[in-house]
Design a protein around this ligand. Sequence first.
Ligand SMILES: *Cc1c(COP(=O)(O)O)cnc(C)c1O
Length: 394
Amino acid sequence: MKDEDWHQNTNLVHAGTARSNNNETSEALFMSSGFIYENAEQAAASFRDETDNFVYSRYGNPTVRMLEERLAKLEGAETCRATGTGMAAVFAALACQLSKGDRVVASRALFGACYAILAKILPGWGIEVVFVNGGKLDEWEYALSVATKVVFLETPSNPLLQIIDLEVVCNLAKKAGANVIVDNVFATPLYQKPLQLGADIVTYSATKHIDGQGRLLAGAVLGNADFMTEQFLPFYRQTGPTISAFNAWIMLKSLETLSVRVERQTQNAASIAATLSAHPKIKQIFYPGLPSHPDYEVACRQMSGAGSIVAFELMGGRENAFAFLNALNLILISNNLGDAKSLITHPTTTTHQNLSEEERAIIGITEGHLRLSAGLEHKDDLNEDILQALKYVS
Ligand SMILES: *Cc1c(COP(=O)(O)O)cnc(C)c1O
């Protein structure tokens, strides 16, 4: 069996492994900022990009390269570059191809820092950014009737798990001449393959499910070889969003268990979603695996799993949301997600507090909304914790 024929779970454990002369079982950790050359001629050739030698760890490192190869295989991408954080990945993917006068179209329901880059930083540099309601195809159609450089979107979105039809939006973007960047964190590389649906670039915060054990920050950018070599790589090398070899090594070991963890988290999320949807104190629930989700049909078409995040709205606004959070015994209050531990957050006062009330209203985030990231605990313990805490909601 050739490497190319491996299934996803085999790739997670083996893809990209490059053993040293010691034939170690586990991937080696190369904590070295620089590399040496046989002679001056080889050094000169390496700087002309005429050798495969590593030159300097800001450009590339053997441990980081193993992580990049494994992620590329998992995604079905030609090239991957790992970054120090998810935001470094998002920012580099945008900044490497945008300049003054360019136009960007983005969905409005985004991770807070992504929204801040698009709404505040890029416009300050003379880049036009147009926001649309990602769920409304007529808004995409109208915004993309003008020549556009980049489309940026997140599906399922943070925090309310809005689903965007990737195939339709990628087709519209292509006609407008735009590169589509998909921030694929919530779906994870297991459950959604944006490149197969027409996207050009995929970004990850590997801090979330890929590490999945709350230890460190990391990110990745994936795309075709032309884009990555000609546009992304020069920007990456000179501006330095590089991941450390140590963090890359942790991520390599994390990938080995990614599918085992995400499958369990998804089973737990589905169980929690069922518990919540049957409860009278829940006003609305957002989980792509439930037929009640407004975009259920699109989710079934483009995702192979519903994921580990559940959002819901409690009756009675902030007062009840806080009473519920404070009554939880097992589920922890934290703004992180994708962790082994179940975590819950109140977006209005945490992850999305930088948005104006008006901006939150447009996205539909209210004081009663909560976002829950299901962990690896036993589902009965999680459901029991939720049911006892709901008793404190009036
Ligand atoms: C967390 C997150 C990011 C940012 O990643 P960091 O690793 O925190 O820098 C970007 N997009 C989404 C959807 C996220 O959840």
